[in-house]
Ligand binder design. Structure first.
Ligand SMILES: [Zn+2]
Length: 299
């Protein structure tokens, strides 16, 4: 049975590689039955971690799996495995690193119920890999660290672990990607640190160039009110929060509220891949503006 499953997966890889972009191929594989809803907690890294590791290895980056323990329930504990890839600064004098995060874990499966986690957060991971692909070979004035975090769904554990390991190393900014499908409202949302406020208009106009209408907020409450879901705390909802707590500026990109969130309906068929490519291009443009230019440090 194991062989059969691997063969099916290989077939999927081969057929999609020849036809479609790597973005749709990564989405297809990450949401496949074989990836079991990308559960977290096991002592060995899930196959989705190895898949992401292999994609990062295709580019000029140092890639490692960083494992950690986290508390589960009252007495239990689990193991998480972040996939960390670093694209090196090419200058002699480098500015502080930019960290891009996207969690790859999802809810796993429950009996016969498969949770594909397409928007949450195969979109973020696929876009993160696509950003690395687009930046590969670019001359950079700072390291770009790509972190595919684990155990986000169980309490942002991967991001907490990454931040705890920084040991006062200065970080320019965290760009966190969690649920990037623009299908429903045809808008992308960003919540950012107040220090990024002066850049609001230039960020929005950069996204306009890629036909991505971006709504940018600096207050979680305001964002929640505008999305008609006042109970959601967007500041604490995803991996940017541990960075914020460590006083690292952040921009979180997401699709706002998704009716399929944490249901078996969060499937690839619901995702607009064309728009996802536009989102990927616009965020790549933003990363380029920070890593190519001599943008002044904010910390
Ligand atoms: Zn989630």
């Amino acid at each position: 049975m194991q062989w059969l499953r691997i063969n099916t997966l290989l077939l999927l890889i081969v057929s999609f590689y020849s036809q479609a972009s790597t973005l749709s191929r990564d989405m297809t594989i990450l949401t496949s039955i074989e990836f079991e809803g990308r559960p977290s907690g096991a002592s060995e890294p899930h196959r989705s971690a190895f898949y992401i590791h292999r994609q990062f290895e295709k580019f000029a980056m140092d890639v490692e799996i960083s494992s950690f323990q986290f508390k589960q329930g009252f007495f239990g504990s689990g193991t998480g495995h972040n996939v960390v890839a670093t694209m090196r600064c090419t200058l002699k004098h480098c500015q502080s690193a930019l960290v891009i995060t996207a969690h790859y874990d999802h809810l796993g499966k429950n009996g016969y119920k498969h949770y594909p986690g397409a928007n949450d957060n195969a979109t973020g991971v696929a876009v993160m890999i696509d950003i690395a692909r687009q930046l590969n070979g670019t001359k950079l004035n700072r390291d770009i660290i790509f972190v595919a975090t684990d155990a986000e769904e169980k309490g942002l554990h991967g991001a907490k672990h990454f931040v705890s390991q920084l040991d006062h190393k200065p970080i320019f900014m965290n760009i966190n990607l969690d649920m990037l499908d623009m299908q429903k409202r045809n808008e992308l949302y960003a919540l950012a640190s107040s220090s990024i406020k002066p850049e609001k208009n230039s960020v929005i106009s950069l996204f306009e160039r890629y036909a991505v209408p971006l709504k940018m907020y600096f207050s979680s409450k305001r964002m929640a009110r505008r999305l008609n879901e006042p109970q959601i705390d967007w500041l604490r909802a995803s991996d940017h929060y541990p960075f914020h707590r460590a006083k690292i500026p952040f921009i979180y990109f997401g699709s706002g509220v998704d009716k399929n969130h944490h249901t078996t309906e969060d499937a690839l068929t619901e995702i607009n891949l064309e728009k996802l490519a536009q989102v990927s291009n616009s965020i790549t443009g933003l990363v380029r503006s920070y890593a190519d230019s001599s943008a002044s440090e904010t910390n």
